[in-house]
Design a protein around this ligand. Structure first.
Ligand SMILES: [Zn+2]
Length: 173
């Protein structure tokens, strides 16, 4: 019979497992502090969709950390004057883990024009998406009507287009 020389294993009380990270999150460094001199690096749970560099974009307090994505959007340009953008709209994802409002703590969609911010729950964002699809269809209808009108005015239309224009105008054919 051999004698076991296995060293004594640490008891459960002395084991300090690495804290489990929630699914959909990863641990990232974040810079916290009012100034560079006093700031420290801490590790925070950051959702996988977050594109913020929490070290480059340092905040004063850990409660000020926001998880965000870059925004995507579009601008509406006018053919008058300097052809500048008249309306712009952008949307991105955001979560504010320290917010008192539970909808702000959860991931939500922010739709903004550069000065006004609208905060949407996922359900509100889906409803808005449906409205935007309907609006896009109306925009195509307006463009088609304008194109037909202009082709009639300039006299380069054919009889089929004249009929199509009467149809979109709601006139009897
Ligand atoms: Zn983040």
């Amino acid at each position: 019979m051999t004698t076991s020389h296995i060293p004594q294993q640490p008891t459960a009380a002395t084991v300090h497992p690495f804290p489990a990270i929630k699914p959909g999150y990863r641990l990232v460094p974040a810079k916290i502090g009012a100034t560079n001199r006093t700031s420290t690096i801490v590790y925070i749970e950051c959702p996988n969709w977050c594109t913020e560099d929490h070290v480059a974009e340092s905040v004063r307090n850990v409660e000020d950390i926001l998880h965000v994505t870059g925004t995507d959007g579009f601008c509406v340009t006018t053919f008058t004057g300097n052809h500048e953008n008249v309306h712009c709209l952008y949307a991105g994802l955001e979560a504010d883990p320290a917010a008192s409002d539970s909808d702000m703590r959860r991931a939500h969609v922010v739709v903004e024009d550069g000065s006004n911010y609208a905060y949407l729950t996922p359900q509100m964002a889906e409803q808005l998406a449906d409205r935007v699809v309907g609006f896009a269809s109306e925009l195509r209808h307006l463009a088609r009507t304008a194109r037909l009108h202009n082709s009639v005015e300039s006299g380069d239309s054919d009889p089929d287009m004249d009929e199509a224009l009467r149809r979109v105008r709601g006139e009897a054919v």
